[in-house]
Design a protein around this ligand. Structure first.
Ligand code: SDX
Length: 430
């Protein structure tokens, strides 16, 4: 049977091209346009990459219409219920769930990398105390490549594995240190007798002078948030990590670029932006005014935490985290706190309003994660940092996959030029 192809005809020039169709395991095929330029003398035009597949990947599958999310084939609902973040990180990195021994070995490797170089800790003092922890994270993670010359040869699979382990292990330490620096408290060293999430919470909230009680509800909620945010196929920050490292840049520098991209309010910065929005609305009676602004074509205002590029059904992560959000607010008896009352009313309106229905703008994962983190007393400027800790597993899994993909080459998009035609430099009157 002939290979499936797509025929493209330029009705201006009459030129026709046959382009191969690349089929995957599930989801839409890709039209292989690599020869489009030479065959048709034209480029594709796709700002925002709405219909562009940048790679073949076996890590995460999303069906936006059906609201499906699979990590290496496992439904996110099942991983959220039965797994933990380090096991999910292993799955994303290596493609299979670890057996008991593999999980034990992976856990001890990660624990052996949780500390950061003392020289790196002096880095923090160069930042203003009121620096946003995401700004500190971008700087400090990028600086890791100045400390680990022994693992920045990206062509060496052993170096790649060490870098992957170092990044997953050190992100919580760097994140907690960013927070401690911003509140002028001493840094807490990791305690490797604790689990990954417990260790992070202790580094965030413990102080040297008093014993620290770990809140099991916070551990359960953060474990879930980390699992749900671990990967999400070729989102903006993951594509940034892939593009940065496609030039051969080391993974520390490339993940720093991913952190910078994640920070934007349209992406990972949305969880923090949700709370700012709820605080700005301030009173449930104001909601209608803000919803009207979000619907007004002449107003760029958007409801933070609503809508998604791919999910035109409910974000499956939002469905999972919504339950945790409501039960946490109930347990804490804070359902009637104005901020959460506004959130629940906003959710109700958005789910009933024609504008949101017509555009399939459902609450996304960031809508609920922002509320949960707030209810847990996590500082607002740490919300996206927490997203970055979780997404490091996905970024580094996608990076590893790209480095092993023979088809991958330096990313270099083209353009449709709309500037001036060639013109001569004006002769000055002598
Ligand atoms: C994340 O890509 C990923 O996978 C991301 C992520 C991940 O795990 O990596 O899932 C994490 O980033 C989740 C999204 C968090 N961002 C927000 O909550 C910010 C608010 N949402 C929007 O900015 C927006 O919905 C985006 C950025 C998420 C999606 O933007 P798109 O796909 O470019 O959608 P669009 O701008 O083309 O909008 C389509 C229509 C437009 O109206 P019309 O021009 O058709 O009349 O929907 C409207 C938009 O104006 N719209 C909104 C809206 N989002 C879209 N209107 C009001 N409020 C909103 N939030």
């Amino acid at each position: 049977m002939a290979e499936p192809t797509v025929t493209v005809t330029n009705n201006e020039t009459g030129k026709t091209g046959e382009l191969p169709l690349i089929k995957g395991t599930m989801g839409p095929p890709g039209i292989d346009i690599r020869k489009l330029g030479s065959q048709m003398g034209a480029f594709t035009y796709d700002p925002g990459f709405m219909s562009t597949a940048s790679c073949r990947s076996a890590i995460t599958y999303i069906d936006g219409e059906a609201g499906v999310l699979l990590y290496r084939g496992y439904p996110i609902e099942q991983l959220a219920e039965h797994s933990n973040f380090l096991e999910v990180s292993y799955l994303l990195l290596y493609g299979e769930l670890p057996n008991e021994q593999e999980m034990e070995d992976f856990n001890s490797i990660i624990l052996s990398h949780t500390m950061i170089h003392e020289g790196l800790r002096r880095f923090y003092t160069g930042f203003r105390h009121d620096a946003h922890p995401m700004a500190i994270m971008v700087g400090v993670v990028g600086a890791l490549s100045a400390f680990y010359h022994d693992s920045t040869d990206v062509a060496d699979p052993v170096h790649r594995a060490i870098s992957a382990h170092r990044l997953i292990a050190k992100m919580p330490t760097i994140a907690a240190d960013s927070y401690k620096y911003s509140i002028g408290q001493p840094f807490m060293y990791p305690q490797n007798s604790l689990g990954y999430v417990e260790n992070f919470l202790r580094m965030m909230f413990a102080i040297p002078s008093t014993p620290f009680e770990i809140n099991p509800i916070a551990v359960q909620a953060l474990e879930l948030i980390f699992i749900l945010h671990a990967d999400h196929e070729q989102n903006a920050s993951t594509s940034t990590v892939r593009l940065a490292s496609s030039s051969g840049a080391n993974p520390f520098a490339s993940v720093a670029a991913g952190i910078a991209c994640l920070w934007g309010p349209a992406h990972g910065g949305a969880n923090e932006a949700v709370i700012h929005m709820l605080e700005e609305i301030e009173d449930p009676k104001q909601i209608a005014k803000f919803v009207a602004r979000a619907k007004d074509k002449n107003d760029s205002y958007r409801l933070m935490g609503f809508g998604h590029r791919i999910y035109k059904n409910y974000d499956p992560r939002a469905k999972i985290i919504r339950q945790m959000c409501h039960s946490l607010l109930r347990e804490q008896g804070s359902e009637n706190q104005p901020l959460f009352e506004i959130a629940m009313e906003l959710e109700r309106i958005a789910l009933e309003d024609d504008y949101f229905q017509a555009r399939k703008l459902y609450p996304n994962v960031d809508f609920y994660s922002g509320i949960i983190l707030r209810a847990l007393g996590i500082p607002l400027n740490m919300f996206t940092v927490i997203f970055a800790i979780a997404r490091t597993a996905g970024w580094i899994a996608q990076w590893m996959e790209m480095m092993e993909d023979e088809e991958q080459r330096i990313g270099r998009p083209r353009q449709v030029y709309i500037g001036e035609a060639k013109r001569d430099y004006p002769r000055r009157q002598e």
